[in-house]
Design a protein around this ligand. Sequence first.
Ligand code: ARG
Length: 463
Amino acid sequence: MTTVNSEKLSSARFAQATDAFVEVFTASVDFDKRMAEQDIQGSIAHATMLTKCGILTDAERDDIIKGLSQIQSEIESGAFVWSIKQEDVHMNIEARLTDLIGIAGKKLHTGRSRNDQVATDIRLYLRSEIEQITAQLKRLQRAILDLAEQNYNTIMPGFTHLQVAQPITFGHHLMAWFEMLVRDNERLQDCKKRLNVMPLGAAALAGTSYPIDRFLTAELLGFSRPSANSLDSVSDRDFAIEFTAAASIIMMHLSRFSEELILWSSAQFDFIDMPDAFCTGSSIMPQKKNPDVPELVRGKSGRVTGHLMSLLMLMKSQPLAYNKDNQEDKEPLFDTVDTLINCLRAYADMVPHISAKKQNMYNSAKRGFATATDLADYLVRKGMAFRDAHEVVGLAVRLGIETGRDLSEISLAELQKFSALITEEVFDYLSLEGSVAARSHIGGTAPDTVQLAIKTARFKLEL
Ligand code: ARG
């Protein structure tokens, strides 16, 4: 006679109890209980649909909804007992529901499987997290706009190859950060479109023989439509990969901001003051003020990109349809969400307290012959070929280096030795103010243009 392990899921099929280690090894409840709210939400919609389709009675539906609401309260108060024996969030909730309401609890799983259930839960979960992320992203964007506004005419050196290239305004530099975040937000919203499709009804893989109404369930859960293919529904995790890719790009951007903040707050640059509340001291060197928050964010960008790689490798080569491999999608996904929200939050809190050391920025722009291109452009406007102008300016820069002066500090007579085309008004072009003001086309660094860019950006952000 075979013995029946009565505690085991799908127990009747099994002659032996699950190995104790395997039970722990295969359980996911420790991490997927995070989706409890979405699991309950999905079950209520499913039960409502089953009732509308005549598969459950009104009384059964009412019991189910009442039981699930109680479970929700138990989870919120911490009274709910999670059990490894019940493997995952779905089985834990269903088992408790059956404890509470009896037979109707056992009917809830009609016409569905954990395969379409889990796919639905993750989508619901991620949809609501994307809203949180978008909110933090917007807070950061507002903070950047405010700082840019305070610095729309603050002159600093712009760099290429980390060498002083041309003068720019700090506001313009910050608006470059802002543009990265605009694209990030677009990517998240785009990801949400493909995410917001409902797998429920695909059941284990082939659909169900019950007369279900998938459009109704989709509507109840706020999905744009039911998914088109049952096999794809239970196995697709593209949305998680897309989201993690979008998150990796955001983190990559934050790591670039971080790198600049770290450089700018060093004694060598000394362009900004970082708020004390976001820095720490050293246990041994009393003079130190370390930019820990940007450094940590820079480090965490690697962690999120790692999660993207995990998810890609997880899905690679999986045959249709659902495989247990997919249980491994959750930890990288959840950690991506947490890391991203925390990093965005830290940045949104920190940026409003960053202040520009305007004089240092200005002096630094003066030191690197940042207006050399302006002198060349001036000569071209006077009729010289660009290559010849390049040569003339090279000579002027050499004189500047040899005599320790910026181009604007070299006298007119000395400049005229390099080219007779040069006249008094050249100094309008050699000044840092003149240089930035001249770049007033759309996308340029002129203070007026930056002010307009900030205004436009603020308007679009609040649309
Ligand atoms: N815990 C599982 C997961 O995360 C739920 C689906 C399990 N389905 C199954 N047939 N074993 O993917």
